[in-house]
Design a protein around this ligand. Structure first.
Ligand code: SAH
Ligand code: SF4
Ligand code: F3S
Length: 474
């Protein structure tokens, strides 16, 4: 199973010299930034926003640290030795910085994201190469922090500020949105108040907040005007989003999706990640009513044993989840489900694990992400007794992934022969081919011309490979 969160995500294109504010007395010097992004889609979005902010100071993107004036690492703290990996990377950057200094130039290093938030001052203490540490709720202050750091100060910005970073951040210029492609992420909700006992997110991202409807609609309209055809709404608990709608009523995510559906040019909507407890009637109805809302739902359950679900503080049972899935499928029978699973949470017995396997059999997933439980410092789960042996975790993960792989493959096989709308996203490996995504998020390879990128075309799926589908034009 692909591990979405440990995957390194390619460098983010930076908004080159665009949207430059009035600078009557000076022109920002040309500088280069290398951005490395780890973690979830939210970090991808954040890296783009930081890049937009840096562009105003004359930064353009580079795809190697070797010619960068600034290296920005956007980090993830969700599992395993996340902090240690960051420190070893910083060790390498330290060598690069020394080399630069010998050559008479300099290199600035900034650490952003969830490790930055969790470690704070510890980072500049352990890794003096770092000039700026900046958290997920403070990164709109990055340009000022770098300016301060240039005069020699170490800057650590990890308070949860009162001002809204989204309001403070510059808008991405049209040219850059176009360069980023025909699909885009849009953060609508941040933080989490659920405090699952295994999870660091409530500590690194802070309390749950929702962006206002107007700001979201304006950002989506800008994306659509710049050629984006598909928007994925993001939030740690995206379906906890709520806000005052144009009709003065309190809207949930379903109503928001309805509003976004009305935007011309925007053809596809997705959202992630949802919590089962926040899947309300309005959102379920949206899956029935909105043709632009793709029939795919990432709805993590983590475990199938009520005892473990309780210990995880998920606050629902396995049966609640299965009933919910039935209601969602009744609203849209074509909907494909994806999930996240953790094996080896403290106290998980063989019988608990079998409950998880049974739940997977019952639900049937088109796609899934699964992980061995990793104790996170500062979370209640880490303090529990009865930690599961690593070899047992590995065995369980193997069995679980075998089952999920089989389900994923079966789902792909069932797609063969179907006629679907395909959004052409980018060039494929072979010339003359483009890659798009099926409504169920599978990569689909088809013969098409590069100028068709951004088009939605009718194709028939002819073959299911291990990681992608193949299709012919209809
Ligand atoms: N808000 C989402 C999950 C965000 S974290 C939800 O509630 O479902 C993404 C995934 O990482 C989780 O779904 C979980 O499966 C995994 N994860 C989080 N903390 C973990 C830990 N300590 N060990 C192993 N996996 C973890
Ligand atoms: Fe973490 Fe639970 Fe919040 Fe998801 S709902 S972000 S798993 S605390
Ligand atoms: Fe990782 Fe933070 Fe996202 S811990 S998963 S980058 S919210």
């Amino acid at each position: 199973m692909m591990d979405r969160l440990d995957t390194e995500i390619a460098e983010t294109p930076v908004a080159a010299g665009a949207d430059t504010p009035d600078r009557t007395t000076s022109v920002a010097p040309a500088r280069k930034v290398f951005v490395k992004t780890y973690g979830c889609q939210m970090n991808v979005y954040d890296s783009e926003r930081m890049s937009d902010a840096l562009a105003r100071d004359g930064y353009t993107a580079t795809d190697t640290p070797d010619d960068a004036d600034l290296v920005l690492i956007n980090t993830c703290h969700i599992r395993e030795k996340a902090a240690e990996k960051v420190y070893s990377q910083l060790g390498r950057l330290n060598k690069l910085k020394k080399k630069r200094q010998r050559e008479g130039s300099d290199l600035m290093v900034a650490v952003a994201g969830c490790v930055a938030q969790a470690e704070g001052h510890e980072i500049t203490r352990r890794a003096p190469v770092v000039d700026v540490v900046i958290g997920p709720q403070t990164y709109h202050r990055l340009p000022e922090a770098l300016a301060k750091a240039r005069s020699g100060a170490k800057v650590v910005e990890t308070d949860f500020p009162v001002e809204d970073k989204f309001t403070a951040l510059p808008k991405a210029p049209e040219k850059i949105i176009r360069k980023r492609g025909v699909t885009a992420f849009l953060t609508v909700q941040e933080g989490c108040d659920k405090f699952c006992t295994f999870c660091v997110v409530p500590y690194t991202r802070g309390a749950e907040t929702s962006r206002p409807v107007d700001a979201i609609v304006a950002e989506a309209e800008r994306l659509a005007a710049a050629g984006v055809r598909e928007v994925t709404l993001l939030g740690q608990n995206v379906n906890a989003w709520h806000g005052e709608g144009s009709d003065g009523r309190e809207w949930g995510l379903g109503e928001l999706l309805r509003r976004l559906s009305a935007i011309d040019g925007l053809e596809r909507l997705r959202y992630t990640t949802s919590h089962p407890r926040d899947m309300d009637d309005g959102l379920i109805a949206a899956h029935h009513d909105l043709p632009k809302l793709m029939p795919y739902l990432h709805l993590p359950v983590q475990a199938g044993s009520d005892r473990i679900l309780k210990a995880m503080n998920r606050r629902h049972t396995a049966a609640d989840y299965i009933r919910l899935v039935e209601r969602i499928r009744a609203a849209n029978p074509d909907l494909a489900l994806s999930g996240d699973f953790i094996v080896g949470f403290p106290g998980e017995t063989d019988a608990d694990f079998e409950d998880t396997m049974r739940l997977i059999e019952t639900v049937g997933y088109a796609q899934a992400f699964s992980f061995k439980y990793s104790p996170r410092p500062g979370t209640p789960g880490a303090d529990l007794d009865d930690h599961v042996d690593e070899t047992v975790k590995s065995e369980r993960l193997q069995r679980l992934q075998d089952l999920l792989f089989r389900q994923q493959r079966d789902f792909a096989k069932r797609c063969v022969g179907r006629e679907i709308d395909l959004l052409l996203e980018k060039t494929g490996r072979e010339p003359g081919q483009l890659i798009g995504r099926s409504p169920w998020l599978q990569p689909v390879i088809v013969d098409a011309k590069p100028e068709e990128i951004g088009d939605i075309v009718k194709v028939r799926i002819t073959q299911a490979g291990p990681n992608s589908l193949f299709a012919d034009r209809v």
